[in-house]
Design a protein around this ligand. Structure first.
Ligand code: G3P
Length: 287
C-alpha cells in the first residue's frame, strides 16, 4: 500500500533495481517525462540506480530532457547498520566522518575496509587535516590505497580545494564535505569534486532552510553540466528525503534510523492488518 512519496520512492527503487539486475545490463527502460514541471519522475534504472527524468521548457519552444538519479547512501560507520541496509538492497554507497568513526571505537583502516567488503559502491573516508593541501594529499593517498571504492572526503576550504583539484587530475574520487551554499558548491565542482555534500539538518537546526542550497546546487550542476553529483547530507527526517526528491538531488546519505522510518506509515500498517483480517474472515485461500 503506497501512501506517501517516500513509500513510492522505496517501492520504485526496489523494483527498478531488481529489474536492472534481472536484465543484467545497464540499459535504461521505459521513461516518461513531466514537461515543464521540473519534477523528477522515477521510472527506470541503470546499474541498480533509480533513474528519473525532468523536462524543462527552455522558453524557445524546445523542451530539454535531463536524466537524473537518486541514490541512497548510508551515513554510518556502524557495521551492523551497514549490513542490515545492504541486505535490504537499499544501499548504493556509504559515507563516514571522523565523529561517526569515533563512536564505533574500531580502527579507521579496518572499519573502512570492512565497510568496502559489505557494500559494493563508493565509501567515503575523510582526511583530518583541513588547512594544508600537501598534508591533505598525503592523507588522501593513504585512505584511497585501502580499497578501490574509497572516495576521499575533503572538508571545504582553499587548501581542501587545492587538494581536490590535484586528486581529480590523478583520477581519485572526492567528496567535498561541509558545503552550505551554492558558491561553495560551485567552487568544489570547478575543482573537480565527484560528490558535493550539502548539509541540510545543521542549517534547519538554526532556523534556516538547508534545502534551498541543495535545490540551487542541483540546478547549478545541471546548468553548467558538471559531472559532480549533489549529495544531501545531515539528513534528520523522512521529510528531508521528500524535499531531496523534489530538488532532484542525485544522492541522499541517510542515517540508519531515518532509513527505517522511510518504511513506516500508520495507514500502511492498518491497511495491511485490514486486508489480512478480511481475507482470513472470508475463508479465502490460495487453492
Ligand atoms: O556525514 C555528514 C553528515 O551527514 C553529518 O550529519 O547529523 O552530523 O549533521 P549530522
Amino acid at each position: 500500500m503506497v501512501v506517501t512519496l517516500q513509500d513510492a520512492l522505496i517501492l520504485t527503487y526496489t523494483s527498478a533495481k531488481r529489474n536492472a539486475l534481472r536484465r543484467g545490463s545497464g540499459g535504461v527502460g521505459s521513461r516518461k517525462t513531466t514537461p515543464g514541471t521540473g519534477m523528477p519522475f522515477f521510472l527506470s534504472c541503470d546499474s541498480g540506480t533509480l533513474f528519473g527524468t525532468t523536462a524543462e521548457d527552455r522558453g524557445d519552444g524546445r523542451v530539454r530532457e535531463r536524466q537524473i538519479s537518486m541514490k541512497f547512501f548510508i551515513d554510518s560507520a556502524n557495521l551492523n547498520e551497514i549490513k542490515q541496509v545492504a541486505e535490504m538492497g537499499l544501499v548504493d554507497g556509504v559515507t563516514t566522518n571522523p565523529s561517526l568513526l569515533a563512536k564505533e571505537g574500531k580502527g579507521f583502516k579496518a572499519t573502512i575496509q570492512e565497510i568496502c567488503s559489505i557494500v559494493d559502491g563508493p565509501v567515503s573516508a575523510e582526511v583530518v587535516t583541513s588547512d594544508n593541501a600537501e598534508q591533505m594529499l598525503k592523507e588522501a593517498h593513504i585512505v584511497s590505497s585501502w580499497h578501490p571504492n574509497v572516495v576521499v572526503k575533503i572538508p571545504f576550504g582553499p587548501e581542501g580545494m587545492k587538494a581536490v583539484k590535484k586528486l581529480s587530475e590523478e583520477g581519485i574520487k572526492t567528496n567535498v564535505t561541509l558545503l552550505f551554499s551554492v558558491p561553495q558548491a560551485l567552487i568544489a565542482a570547478k575543482a573537480g569534486a565527484t560528490f558535493l555534500s550539502n548539509f541540510v539538518g545543521r542549517v534547519d537546526d538554526l532556523g534556516g532552510e538547508g534545502m534551498v542550497a541543495v535545490r540551487d546546487s542541483v540546478n547549478m550542476v545541471h546548468e553548467y553540466e558538471f559531472d559532480s553529483e549533489v549529495l544531501v547530507a545531515s539528513v534528520r527526517s523522512p521529510q528531508h528525503i521528500v524535499e531531496a526528491v523534489r530538488a532532484g538531488a542525485q544522492i541522499a546519505t541517510i542515517p540508519f534510523k531515518i532509513l527505517e522510518l522511510l518504511y513506516k506509515h500508520p495507514l500502511t500498517t492498518s491497511g495491511i492488518a485490514t486486508f489480512t483480517e478480511d481475507f482470513k474472515k472470508s475463508g479465502l485461500n490460495f487453492d
